[in-house]
Design a protein around this ligand. Structure first.
Ligand code: PGA
Length: 267
C-alpha cells in the first residue's frame, strides 16, 4: 500500500496517522452520511496526514466505494485467523482485500475481551492479513487493575511477544490503547504516554532492526482538544479514534490539528 511512513534519511518516522474506528455504531444511512462528510473534510490528506476509517464489516463495501478515489484508506475491525472454509460468521482476510481494505485491526481490547481472542489466534490473523498485502494495526494496552498495580510495561511486553517471529515490518502499525481510557473520557497523562511509547519503540527495535519503521499510535478517548499534547510527543506517530470518529466535525478537527502542526517529524 505504499502509504505507511518510512524512515527518512535521518532515521525518523515521518507522517502522522489518524484512524477512525466506528466499532458497531451506526445504521447504513448514518455510515454513508459520515463517509461523505469525511470525504468532504479530509479527502486531500496533505502530508504528513494519513487517514483511515474502519466501519463495521457489513458497511465496508458501501463505505469503500464512497471513499474509493480519495486519500482516505479503508480499514477493517478484524479478520479471521483462518484462510477460508467452514467457519460460520467469520470473514477472511482475502474477502476484506477484495473490498479494497488496506489496514486491519488486530487485538483490539474489545475483541480480546468479548471474543476471547488469545495470542495464537491473533498471530494467525496477522499472518492472514499480511499474506493478502494488507497492513496490521496491532492494538495493545493494560487494563485498570494492571495500570494501578504499576504493571503496564510488563503487560505491554507480554503483548508484544506476539511479534517475536514477525518479519513483515513494513506492514505493521502498533496502537497503544490503555483499556481504562477507551470510551471513558479518562486520558493517560503525557508523561505516561511518552514513557510507554518510548518503551514500545525500543522493544520493536530490539525485535528487529526494521522494527524502528513501525508507527506507534495512541488511542483512548482521543478528542480534538487532546491533539496538541499528543502532537508534541515525538514518539506518538498517530491516533486511533473511537467515539470522536463518529462525529465528522470532531474527526475533521483532529485531522486539521495534524496538518496545522508545525513539527511533523516523528522520532
Ligand atoms: P475511544 O475508542 O476513542 O472511544 O476511547 C478508542 C478505541 O477503542 O480504539
Amino acid at each position: 500500500m505504499g502509504k505507511i511512513p518510512r524512515l527518512d534519511g535521518e532515521r525518523k518516522l515521518t507522517g502522522f496517522w489518524v484512524i477512525g474506528n466506528w466499532k458497531m455504531h451506526g445504521r447504513l444511512q448514518v455510515c454513508k452520511d459520515l463517509a461523505y462528510q469525511m470525504l468532504a473534510m479530509t479527502s486531500q490528506c496533505p502530508d504528513p496526514l494519513h487517514v483511515a476509517v474502519a466501519p463495521a464489516l457489513v458497511h465496508l463495501d458501501v463505505v469503500g466505494s464512497i471513499l474509493k478515489n480519495s486519500a482516505i484508506l479503508l480499514a477493517a475491525q478484524q479478520a479471521s485467523a483462518h484462510v477460508d472454509g467452514a467457519f460460520t460468521g467469520q470473514c477472511s482476510a482475502a474477502m476484506l482485500a477484495d473490498l479494497g481494505v488496506q489496514l486491519v485491526l488486530v487485538g483490539h481490547s474489545e475483541c480480546r475481551a468479548d471474543l476471547e481472542q488469545k495470542d495464537d489466534v491473533l498471530r494467525a490473523q496477522m499472518q492472514r492479513i499480511a499474506e493478502q498485502g494488507m497492513s496490521v494495526v496491532l492494538c495493545l494496552g493494560e487494563d485498570l487493575a494492571a495500570h494501578e498495580a504499576g504493571q503496564t510495561v510488563s503487560v505491554i511486553d507480554r503483548q508484544l511477544d506476539i511479534l517475536r517471529d514477525w518479519v513483515d515490518w513494513s506492514r505493521l502499525l502498533v496502537a497503544y490503547e490503555p483499556v481504562w481510557s477507551i470510551g471513558t473520557g479518562k486520558v493517560a497523562n503525557p508523561e505516561h504516554i511518552a514513557a510507554i511509547h518510548g518503551h514500545i519503540h525500543q522493544r520493536l527495535q530490539d525485535l528487529g532492526d526494521a522494527g524502528q519503521v513501525v508507527p506507534v499510535l495512541y488511542g483512548g478517548s482521543v478528542k480534538p482538544a487532546l491533539m496538541p499534547q499528543l502532537l508534541a510527543l515525538s514518539s506518538v506517530n498517530g491516533v486511533l479514534v473511537g467515539g470522536a470518529s463518529l462525529d465528522a466535525d470532531q474527526f475533521g478537527q483532529i485531522c486539521k490539528a495534524v496538518v496545522d502542526w508545525p513539527h511533523v517529524e516523528r522520532a
